[in-house]
Design a protein around this ligand. Structure first.
Ligand SMILES: Cc1cc2nc3c(=O)[nH]c(=O)nc-3n(C[C@H](O)[C@H](O)[C@H](O)COP(=O)(O)OP(=O)(O)OC[C@H]3O[C@@H](n4cnc5c(N)ncnc54)[C@H](O)[C@@H]3O)c2cc1C
Length: 433
């Protein structure tokens, strides 16, 4: 029996180090420079941030998602989950630990599908934390159905020419390069007719029309770009993977990204529950602590149990990825945690926010951002409905229709079968009665 839910003491020490480092050294950055984590370092922030990154490297924790061949420690997804739970409560921590989205997923696909030249030019600086990257797939008219994408890539001699519009390309504002998904052959099925291209952001024709912000952000202050690719020319060598491989590459990229979001969300939800518990033990009303009210106790129990279930499924999925090294094989549970992520966050954060009363809905507590994040998580990397469809399809693969009119669990039918099996004994019992 190899079911073991314990963490090795040496790794627990690493987790303790990360917790303390986040609280003492990274939280001040979150509080004072919260919105600047995805911008290139300037003279003000470089002297603060670079030494912190170095401390992480010295501790052997830089880019924990990567294998040793790419400069990480090869912790695997299960240990990464435990690390990401801690980093997930901070906007700066993933940057300082070299595990920030969307760069993690982009690095993963270049490592997997890139040529040596592409790795040297795009992957190396990304892994060293010297630049940001962007993944440009969604279009203004279509997101969750990639088969509808229209952005076109046409071969012209030794170059590809890209034309089209992309929507919500995160971090295009600061990215050194963009990975663009485009139709390279409209005459075959979209699953075989789309390709990925590495496009340096300063290539002529990469026109950012505007930077879209999320709820609560000022207009044009956002990080998600509407991009017009207008006759963008890249060398033929900038094709990532083979021609027509975009769907396969996108699945590799998004599979990992979805799990990492879920890992970070576990940390966010635990933080909300911690705040909730502290509050109910501190606030009295109608003659007793909030902690003594049964309806509040019910909410605490619900949050605890919902989070514990979610966390176990996230850890189990991470374990499965480590076992099989194949996102496709684990797609049912990746899709399940993908649609649970916003649901659990919405429920756990709401209960914690509500029990804080007016303070909870004010801008003096962090709940507003967490509440918004729950709604955003339900859309990022594909909406909830699409992932539920995946789970249902995968679950149904293990079943078949009933052979006859009645379900196989139909009791009268089963009783009749049982009677037939035991006929000899039943006759004997009747004969003796
Ligand atoms: C914060 C954020 C960051 C993002 N970053 C990137 C990025 O870096 N690069 C990128 O390319 N994209 C990015 N996206 C876009 C994201 O991938 C898309 O928003 C997502 O795939 C959904 O597409 P859509 O917005 O066009 O919604 P639509 O496809 O129009 O779907 C709208 C709604 O329709 C319903 N729906 C859709 N499909 C089904 C179905 N099969 N059954 C039932 N109902 C359905 C759902 O309610 C869904 O929410 C980002 C989005 C957000 C919010």
């Amino acid at each position: 029996m190899a079911w073991d839910f314990s963490t090795e003491p040496e790794f627990e020490e690493k987790l303790d180090w990360i917790r303390q480092f986040r609280d003492e050294k990274i939280e001040p950055l979150d509080l004072l420079y919260g919105g600047r984590s995805y911008y290139p370092l300037d003279d003000e922030l470089r002297p603060i941030v670079e030494p912190l990154k170095q401390e992480v490297r010295d501790e052997g924790l830089w880019a924990a998602h990567l294998g040793p061949e790419l400069g990480g420690k090869g912790f695997g997804q299960l240990k990464l989950a435990l690390i990401n739970e801690i980093l997930g409560t901070s906007s700066w921590a993933p940057i300082i630990f070299g595990t920030a989205a969307p760069d993690t997923g982009n690095a993963e696909i270049i490592a997997h599908y890139g040529t040596e030249a592409q790795k040297a030019k795009y992957l190396k600086p990304l892994l060293e934390g010297e630049c940001f990257s962007c993944f440009s797939m969604t279009e203004p008219h279509a997101g969750s159905d990639p088969k509808q994408f229209k952005t076109r890539a046409e071969r012209d001699g030794d170059e590809w020419v890209i034309n089209g519009w992309k929507f919500f390309s995160s971090n295009a504002r600061t990215a050194a390069f963009v990975i663009v998904m485009a139709v390279s052959n409209p005459d075959v099925s979209p699953y075989k007719g789309m390709s990925m291209f590495l496009v340096p952001s300063d290539t002529p024709g990469v026109n950012i029309e505007r930077h879209i912000g999320l709820m609560g952000e000022r207009s044009d202050d956002g990080m998600h770009a509407l991009i017009h690719y207008d006759n963008v020319r890249v060398p033929a060598d900038n094709l990532l993977g083979g021609e027509g491989q975009a769907f396969v590459i996108a699945q590799t990229r998004l599979g990992g990204g979805r799990v990492h979001h879920a890992m970070r969300t576990v940390g966010q939800c635990q933080r909300a529950l911690d705040m909730m518990c502290e509050r109910v033990l501190s606030r009295e009303t109608q003659g007793s602590l909030l902690a003594d009210k049964q309806m509040v106790q019910s909410d605490i129990a619900e949050s605890y149990a919902q989070l514990a279930q979610f966390r176990l499924l996230v850890l189990y999925t991470a374990w499965e990825i480590d076992q099989y090294k194949d996102y496709q094989r684990v797609r049912k549970n990746i899709a399940a945690i993908k649609f649970l992520t916003p649901k659990v966050m919405q429920d756990v954060v709401y209960r914690a926010m509500h029990v804080h009363g007016a303070l909870g809905v004010s801008n003096e507590m962090p709940f507003g951002g967490m509440w918004t994040a729950a709604a955003i998580m339900a859309v990022v990397d594909g909406p909830t409905e699409v992932h539920k469809v995946t789970v249902a399809r995968e679950v149904l693969k293990g079943y078949q229709s009933a052979p006859g009119l009645w379900p196989t669990a139909h009791l009268p039918t089963k009783r009749q079968e049982a009677r037939e099996k035991l006929a000899a004994y039943l006759e004997h019992a009747v004969g003796n009665s």
